[in-house]
Design a protein around this ligand. Structure first.
Ligand code: THU
Length: 133
């Protein structure tokens, strides 16, 4: 991915955070999930008055893509106010499709707080291969 493509993806994630529905935590999150074909699926967190029904930005982006038949991903940018880290549920769901996904955590100024592989965030993760006996 070129620097320009990465800058565009960071902007996509920050823009997506602007669409967050987060009246309870007021912690707005955006995600931009990039495919090897160059398509981007964005997501924002969507909270609910029944708090556990909340869905994170990363999983919104992922389910949008997978429900459209797309299963290959190479980069995700997660934008939060403070460069926060993807939760465990999101790590697990992303690992299913892209264990070597490149993950960038950025803040709303576009500063990169972390840049590395998903497999570093979910060490020895459980994936489809583990179901083969
Ligand atoms: N959140 C995400 O959208 N992604 C994460 O990986 C961490 C947490 C959201 C969920 C909730 O709406 C808010 O951030 C506070 O936890």
């Amino acid at each position: 991915m070129t620097d320009d493509q990465l800058s565009a993806l960071i902007k996509d994630a920050i823009d997506a955070a602007g669409r967050a529905y987060a009246p309870y935590s007021n912690y707005h999150v955006g995600a931009a999930l990039h495919t090897p074909a160059g398509v981007v699926y964005s997501g924002c967190n969507i909270e609910n008055a029944a708090y556990p029904a909340t869905i994170c930005a990363e999983r919104v982006a992922l389910v949008k893509a997978v429900s459209e038949g797309v299963r290959k991903f190479d980069v995700i940018v997660v934008a939060t106010p403070n460069g926060g880290s993807p939760c465990g549920l999101c790590r697990q769901m992303l690992y299913e499709f892209a264990p070597s996904l490149r993950v960038l955590m950025v803040d709303f100024n576009g500063a990169v707080h972390w840049d590395g592989p998903l497999s570093d965030l979910l060490l020895h993760g459980f994936g489809p291969d583990n179901l083969e006996t």
